[in-house]
Design a protein around this ligand. Structure first.
Ligand SMILES: [Zn+2]
Ligand SMILES: [Zn+2]
Length: 248
């Protein structure tokens, strides 16, 4: 391989890495930042009655959430580069022509990804709550007892890596449209920001989890307050089946 060719590959790799980092950090800052502006600072006064915990989060807590979120964005972009390399070299089941498997299949795969991720998150989260792993790794995330949207990415680097690994079975086991895969990663961040919002805007049936199979901001806020309850991500199914669902 010519030196110029190697240099070109290096430049493209660097640009792709930078683009993926900007995408990871950009969507975090956009979604968490928007939620923070609306709810916290400056925050809409009329929304304050929806606050889950009355106490305001400290600046030290927010700095901690931001610092760890930056390291998570770096890890997510490294995983993104690996996904891109696997895709470009034909090692994934990602495809780009939506009509290849039909439009209904696109929706079906999105639903499957969400259900699979929900199970993956529940069980890895339970694992992270075993005493040694909690002390060494997951306590970083739980330092926010009253989380803000900035906590959405606030993980120990090893936890960020563990959570990011979910993409590999998704892009290798069954055909997934590239656009649907990117949409799925946006839904993951959106749900994470909602879980750490600290404000609850949903009706009572969503809020208490008892009448709903969907999780809510209150569901995950209680996880941060009580530690050993409410491990789910999108759905309350696993918490219900394993009797770890706790609502007010
Ligand atoms: Zn936890
Ligand atoms: Zn959390």
């Amino acid at each position: 391989m010519e030196l110029a060719e190697v240099n070109n590959i290096g430049t493209y790799g660097l640009l792709a890495g930078l683009a993926l980092f900007l995408l990871a950090i950009g969507r975090y800052f956009f979604l968490a930042g928007l939620a923070y502006l609306v709810c916290y600072y400056p925050g809409w006064k009329s929304l304050q009655r929806f606050k889950i915990q009355p106490k305001d989060p400290s600046r030290i807590q927010i700095r901690h959430e931001l610092r760890y979120s930056l390291s998570t964005a770096l890890i997510f972009s490294a995983i993104g580069i690996l996904v891109l390399l696997l895709y470009l070299n034909g090692y994934t089941t990602l495809y780009t022509n939506p009509s290849e498997h039909g439009w209904a299949y696109l929706l079906l795969t999105l639903a499957c990804m969400i259900v699979f991720h929900d199970a993956y998150f529940y069980w890895t989260h339970r694992l992270l709550h075993t005493p040694w792993l909690f002390r060494k790794i997951h306590s970083v995330h739980h330092r926010s007892v009253n989380p803000t949207p900035w906590a959405a990415y606030a993980f120990h680097p090893l936890e960020a890596l563990l959570e990011a690994l979910v993409v590999f079975p998704i892009i290798t086991v069954f055909p997934v449209h590239l656009g649907i895969f990117i949409l799925f990663t946006f839904i993951v961040v959106l749900m994470n920001v909602l879980g750490h919002l600290g404000f609850e805007f949903m009706p009572e049936t969503f809020r208490n989890g008892k009448g709903s199979w969907l999780t809510s901001s209150t569901h995950h806020n209680l996880h941060h307050q009580l530690f050993h309850w409410n491990y789910g991500y999108y759905f309350t199914w696993w918490d219900r089946w394993l009797k770890t669902l706790r609502m007010r």
